[in-house]
Design a protein around this ligand. Structure first.
Ligand SMILES: Cc1cc2nc3c(=O)[nH]c(=O)nc-3n(C[C@H](O)[C@H](O)[C@H](O)COP(=O)(O)O)c2cc1C
Length: 220
């Protein structure tokens, strides 16, 4: 089968963190979210263990618990970001991220659905050098990104966020998630407004790709 590379490359390279363009008024059918989770379950996992679970939160009171936990971490986080931007001189890109992130923090509880991807168990000891950390995270993160891409291709915007996680226990209690389960992120999910998304400015592939030796960027 031939893929339409224009389409697939566009999808992969324009799945942005959507914040200001989340449509807060238009409900998202649960079946559509389930479709995105269905696609995500095709992601790879070490040993094919499939330890991912999804808690989709569309109950207003429960969304508020998540948003409040998020906002508590957001205040010190954004203060540190602003200081960094001020020290480095005004950087337009950072200013706009701060602006849209602040907006998201303010309206998080109004987003139609907050998806909390979870993983059964807890990651290996951070000091472990045998690859078990990498294996653990690598077995769940690809599925979360597949969810975001599947959402984008269905007209839904998402933003990968982690700032509610200092309040993981409190959110876990509200959602009945046991503390033996790791919450990975909070993915606000809504229809997006406007037509399309642009490519982001990123470091060129040629600069971040090394051939046979660390830092050898010479492709010839
Ligand atoms: C692990 C991870 C954590 C993130 N946490 C947050 C967050 O808590 N809040 C937020 O607004 N954006 C968060 N982001 C989104 C990034 O800010 C965003 O991906 C980055 O600025 C690049 O923008 P783009 O995805 O639109 O290209 C997170 C992204 C990742 C991958």
């Amino acid at each position: 089968m031939d893929f339409d590379l224009t389409q697939t490359d566009h999808l992969l390279s324009t799945t942005r963190a959507v914040r200001k363009r989340l449509d807060l008024e238009r409900p998202v059918p649960r079946e559509l979210i389930l479709d995105c989770v269905r696609i995500s379950t095709q992601a790879p996992a070490g040993g094919n263990h499939q330890k991912w679970r999804w808690v989709i939160v569309d109950d207003p009171d429960k969304k508020l618990v998540i948003a409040e936990a998020y906002r508590r971490s957001y205040a010190p986080y954004i203060a540190a970001q602003k200081k960094a931007v001020a020290q480095a001189g005004t950087a337009a890109a950072s200013d706009s991220i701060i602006d849209s992130s602040t907006y998201l923090a303010e309206i998080l509880h109004d987003v139609p659905a907050l998806a909390i991807p979870c993983a059964l168990g807890r990651p290996a000891d951070a000091g472990d050098k045998g690859g078990s950390q990498q294996g653990w995270w690598g077995s769940v993160i690809p599925a979360v990104w597949s969810y975001c891409i599947a959402a984008r291709s269905r007209g839904l915007g998402t933003a990968w966020t982690t700032l509610h996680l200092p309040g993981e226990a409190e959110v876990g209690e509200a959602l009945g998630i046991p503390d033996t389960v790791t919450q990975l992120a909070c993915i606000p999910t809504a229809y997006y407004t406007g037509d399309d998304f642009k490519l982001a400015r990123r470091k060129p592939a040629e600069q971040v790709t090394y051939w046979n030796s660390w830092k050898n960027t010479d492709i010839a």
